[in-house]
Design a protein around this ligand. Sequence first.
Ligand SMILES: C[S@@+](CC[C@H](N)C(=O)[O-])C[C@H]1O[C@@H](n2cnc3c(N)ncnc32)[C@H](O)[C@@H]1O
Length: 383
Amino acid sequence: MTERYFAPCPRGLEAVLAAELARIGAGDVAPADGGVGFAGDLALAWRANLESRIASRILWRVGGGACRDEHALYALVKAIDWKRHFAPSRTLRVDVAATRSPLPSLEFATLRVKDAVCDRLRDDTGTRPSVDKRAPDVRVAAYLTERDATIYVDTSGEPLFKRGWRRDAEEAPLRENLAAGLIALTGWAPGTPFLDPMCGSGTIAIEAALIAAGRAPGLARTFGFQKLAWFDGPAWQRMKQAARDREHAAPSAPAIFASDAAGGAVGKTLANLRAAKLDGFVAVEQADFLARSAPAAHGVLLANPPYGVRLADRDELARLYPLVGDALKQRFAGWTAYFFTGDLRLPKLIHLKVARKTPLFNGALECRLFEFPIVAGRHAPGA
Ligand SMILES: C[S@@+](CC[C@H](N)C(=O)[O-])C[C@H]1O[C@@H](n2cnc3c(N)ncnc32)[C@H](O)[C@@H]1O
């Protein structure tokens, strides 16, 4: 049986997510704005939840059609055979999102979707499910456009960037799926040295370590689909065991390196690596990037430098960037450096020639991934 799915992701990562889903076995892969549509059987939804590093969720399309008002929305949702998807003893949460919807209130639309699900289940089974907004068993999502509504069952539950290992976070940790998407955009593959010299709580280095370990990112957590009617526990256990059997042991000398100027950040990276059981995959040290040496003759450097909103912080960053550029030129010839930031002044102030800039969104914040090939003895004009 072919089902249709939609995997939302941070905007800018659609192409790398589409390639990842195709590798996982998805058919009809169709990148759209903010996510990727795909098709496959029900087991593909479990596999995508377990294996996707870049998706935010895996939504299962269970209905949809023309919809211009609340009556049409209610009828459309009530026409779905909800008992096929989950039992009325499960608690429910409904979320509605829209682009240019003709419906005046999203809150009211959410209420109508919830009523239609509950009314249909009561008609068919005699019981209405109750709502739990904080920790629901089942999440139903509706997406409205000017003309249509699409109704989804969320197979993920908690968003997929929650891998289940994070113990402690720096001030502004990247979401894990955004970090994994940035790594995919650099084209890095295990075997090539990798460095995050401003590692904060270690998110980027830990995502690289998961890849190097061949670890399925969802092995340490549970998913929404485990509470759905068609969940097959033994088949799921077999899928997870097959993923565990694929894992590699840590190498004798790690090729992934992480450092930060702040001792607290280094402590958090070490604690998170331990919690993720990836200790042996990353060499961690406390170091100021402006003074540290390259850990190998070539490699991929990926960092998410501090991002200042206050004027004083922005001034401090404007002083930092040229020094970062100098450090790269002096000690990182042969490397390709990538910086992910919302500060669009970086390429001008770092005094290096930018080879590629990829627009991305970190939540609502517009960002770029800037790529700088570091070539010995070649400086950008004016640098
Ligand atoms: C935005 S945070 C990185 C967050 C990280 N990506 C995460 O997910 O947790 C920026 C980090 O850069 C570090 N940093 C700032 N200046 C530095 C320097 N000169 N050398 C090394 N680290 C620096 C800060 O200590 C901070 O941890």
